[in-house]
Design a protein around this ligand. Sequence first.
Ligand code: ADP
Ligand code: ADP
Ligand code: ZN
Length: 210
Amino acid sequence: MKVVLLGPPGAGKGTQASGIVEKYHIVHISTGDIFRKNVKEGTPLGQQAKAYMEKGELVPDDLVIALVEDRLKQEDCKNGFLLDGFPRTIYQAEAMERLGIDVDKVVDIEVGRDTLIGRATGRRVCKQCGETYHVSFRPAKAEGVCDKCGGQVVQRADDEEETVARRIDVYLTETKPLEEYYEKKGKLAHINGDQDAKIVQEEIFKALGD
Ligand code: ADP
Ligand code: ADP
Ligand code: ZN
């Protein structure tokens, strides 16, 4: 199974991804996570991506495409994959097709702007393992400490309100056209993301055919 998760920043893509990959035994590929890891490690890719990410802009298409192409060639993708945060432009989607990578289903998690801002600005992540928390909706048991690994729980550099607002605007202009693109191919599943995370998960499973 090859699935794409579509949805604005804060929609719940990362949160839903873990349940999906567990149920369908596929690998989770988050381009945002890969970029953050590279920024943290100071690799050439990270150095190129950093300034764009901090401003809430998209990293240039060709950089992202090369990265995904490389990742999908790895052995663990043979059983299928869940792309979280890619494609984010029509150009990226077309490039993926040119590379011969097709997808079975595109899950579009829909959430209104006010909810998105509250979710993204309240998001906290573990520096060590990447686990996601929320100050109100999913607080860590001990403040600032990861339940899973004991790592430090912090705010992402691009989750401050102004940058979140910019990222939502970028989503609306650059990424939202992908909804129609995949709708026309009969691959889009609309999911109401503005409800309890467990219910969102059930609806995604239903759309993917249990
Ligand atoms: P995305 O990967 O789409 O940017 P995340 O999965 O990181 O979104 O979720 C953004 C924030 O909202 C996180 O802090 C997460 O804990 C919280 N969150 C995710 N889904 C829900 C939900 N259904 N209800 C309330 N909060 C949620
Ligand atoms: P969110 O979960 O909030 O939607 P991500 O973690 O997916 O955000 O992405 C964080 C940042 O990484 C983006 O704002 C962008 O700068 C960069 N990025 C991630 N994926 C892509 C992509 N497919 N194309 C361009 N930039 C990307
Ligand atoms: Zn952790």
